[in-house]
Design a protein around this ligand. Structure first.
Ligand SMILES: Cc1cc2nc3c(=O)[nH]c(=O)nc-3n(C[C@H](O)[C@H](O)[C@H](O)COP(=O)(O)OP(=O)(O)OC[C@H]3O[C@@H](n4cnc5c(N)ncnc54)[C@H](O)[C@@H]3O)c2cc1C
Ligand SMILES: NC(=O)C1=CN([C@@H]2O[C@H](COP(=O)(O)OP(=O)(O)OC[C@H]3O[C@@H](n4cnc5c(N)ncnc54)[C@H](O)[C@@H]3O)[C@@H](O)[C@H]2O)C=CC1
Length: 490
């Protein structure tokens, strides 16, 4: 859509194995780099209708004939001047078995919903975005959650923020019972705790998910009575799955089951069993592998000649240049399939997210459009639209455990030696059950912030990061709720 907006007379063909395309709506600019939007699925005919020069072919892409610039599919070949590969990624399912599933697209979510209808116990492996959302959404069945870490949500949160999220679910529930409107505000500086008590109560509406709302369309709660933190949640911290047995009557699985001194017979009837490295064994209806993704780069790797070198990252993603071009001329890539290694902004890093796929797709379109007019009279006016500004600052707006979550810059000190308290100061402020604010300063300048709840600080903190403002004279006061920080830095 971005390309056809820039070059409405060029022909754009989308090759997709599914007739349903993900597009966005309700885009709201929160700040310079933060947007909230809803992802919805539209029939490809709607996309064609909105942009007459786009046509969609539902097909399976098999490979690319680089020399003749033809994409090979099960519906024949498609020649191109420029190709952008946006084939995404697939779930990194750590074992293949009918009772061991990954979550990716609508089909996998419908499959999950069907399975849950009659499930009594499931095992979730992994401790990132999907696992957090599943644990929050699935109620009415026992969940065993195996995580490699000491705290939940490690792919997004450090221990402090993770504890806030987890404790807050409980706090929110107790708060609904009592009408107490005094809230304790804790400002912590490098783990020293100073407390300012404050009667102002922050409003905490739980708005709709900023991100994909993949779960809000499906009700995973078989019985509404269970409260918001699943009563039957058993978290196995610092564990990994070491053995898996399908109860398929094989000699191996029968031996395994008989070796376990299960207390009652029903424990011998589960469809699948997992053994953890702490020796615990769990039978369950099925296992969800929420263990990251593997980029779908194979479409470009297949049938490559030695002379057609494809630069790959360590996760097998297509490395792209500052113009989003792969190592093969006129072939670009965007989204989960690619690896952005050109970015020299200290406060941006790649995470496989819708918010990033969106900016990459838009930027790749600008780069291809610019390349397509190189050396012509149109070159200049396309020059200035091609801006990689959105790669200046990592910015992600989403929702976890019912809380709005905004991540800005190196919000977890990614790649920094935070033990150096000369160079780095970390201040946090929390109102249990309502909001959590963390800022990381490097030599007095803000380089990252995590905002949970409705803090309304995102725009101010984004500006402070982008403008490298020196905050050293404020110290922990920067988080004092009595100070209207926007006034300081308007
Ligand atoms: C359960 C879940 C929840 C998520 N929640 C969030 C969230 O809240 N916020 C967020 O920012 N991100 C979220 N993500 C991540 C987000 O979905 C991805 O980062 C984003 O979809 C990547 O976009 P993409 O276009 O690169 O890939 P995709 O959206 O995966 O699109 C790739 C497309 O290519 C097609 N394709 C692949 N191979 C072929 C082929 N050989 N031939 C033809 N077509 C092919 C696929 O069918 C698909 O339509 C979530 C991911 C999952 C799995
Ligand atoms: N609200 C949001 O922003 C959401 C974003 N997403 C994105 O979608 C993508 C897929 O999500 P996830 O699968 O949750 O990936 P993830 O990258 O968020 O988390 C993967 C988790 O699995 C763990 N893991 C990896 N291999 C493992 C193994 N063998 N055994 C045990 N644990 C293992 C990792 O340590 C990590 O905790 C990610 O890019 C994620 O960022 C997903 C859901 C919500």
């Amino acid at each position: 859509e971005s390309y056809s907006y820039l070059k409405p007379n060029d022909k754009v063909t989308i090759l997709s194995c599914s007739p349903i395309l993900k597009t966005v709506c309700n885009v709201q600019k929160i700040s310079k780099v933060l947007e909230s939007f809803d992802v919805f699925e539209s029939k490809f005919t709607d996309v064609e209708f909105n942009s007459p020069n786009i046509n969609v072919v539902v097909c399976d892409v098999d490979s690319v004939d680089v020399e003749n610039k033809i994409v090979k599919t099960d519906k024949g070949g498609f020649s191109f001047d420029y190709l952008s590969i946006c084939s995404g990624a697939k779930p990194n399912v750590i074992k293949s078995s009918n009772n061991f599933i990954g979550i990716r697209d609508t089909d996998s979510i419908l499959d999950l919903k069907d399975r849950l209808e009659n499930s009594k116990r499931i095992l979730i492996v992994g401790n990132g975005g999907i696992a957090l959302e599943l644990v929050h959404e699935i109620k009415g069945c026992e969940i065993v959650w195996s995580i490699k870490d000491k705290h939940i949500g490690n792919a997004f949160f450090d221990k402090d923020a993770s504890n806030f999220l987890f404790k807050s679910k409980q706090e929110q529930k107790e708060k609904q019972d009592s009408n107490d409107n005094d809230s304790e505000i804790m400002i912590k500086e490098n783990n020293n705790t100073g407390t300012i008590s404050n009667s102002s109560v922050y409003k905490n509406e739980s708005g709709s998910a900023l991100g994909p709302q993949w779960y809000s369309k499906y009700n995973f709660n078989q019985n509404q009575m269970v409260d918001s933190v699943n009563a039957n949640l058993n978290i196995e911290y610092e564990t990994i799955v070491t053995e898996i047995y399908d109860n398929d009557d094989s000699k191996e699985s029968n031996n395994f089951i008989n070796q376990q001194n299960f207390k009652n017979e029903s424990e011998k009837k589960w469809p699948i069993y997992a053994k953890l490295n702490n020796g615990n064994v769990y039978g369950c209806d099925f296992i969800i592998s929420a263990t990251g993704v593997i980029p779908n780069s194979n479409v470009l790797l297949k049938n490559r000649k030695p002379s057609e070198h494809v630069a790959l990252s360590k996760e097998n993603a297509l490395v792209v240049s500052e113009q989003m071009e792969t190592s093969i001329k006129d072939i670009y890539a965007a989204g989960d399939v690619c690896s952005v290694e050109w970015n020299d902004s200290k406060v941006w890093f790649q995470m496989r997210l819708w918010s990033q796929a969106r900016i990459m797709g838009r930027y790749a379109a600008q780069c291809i459009a610019k390349q397509s007019v190189k050396g012509t009279k149109d070159e200049d006016n396309l020059e200035e639209i091609c801006t990689s500004f959105e790669f200046e600052l990592f910015a992600h707006a989403t929702k976890f455990f019912g809380f709005k979550v905004i991540m800005l810059g190196l919000y977890n000190g990614q790649g920094l030696d935070l033990s150096n308290q000369e160079q780095y100061q970390i201040y946090t402020r929390e109102i249990l059950g309502e909001q959590y604010v963390k800022v990381i300063l490097e030599n007095g300048k803000l380089i990252g912030s995590l905002l949970i709840g409705n803090t309304d600080l995102e725009e101010t903190f984004e500006n402070l990061i982008l403008n490298h403002i020196d905050l050293s004279r404020y110290g922990p006061e920067i988080l004092n709720p009595e100070i209207d920080i926007e006034d300081y830095f308007d």
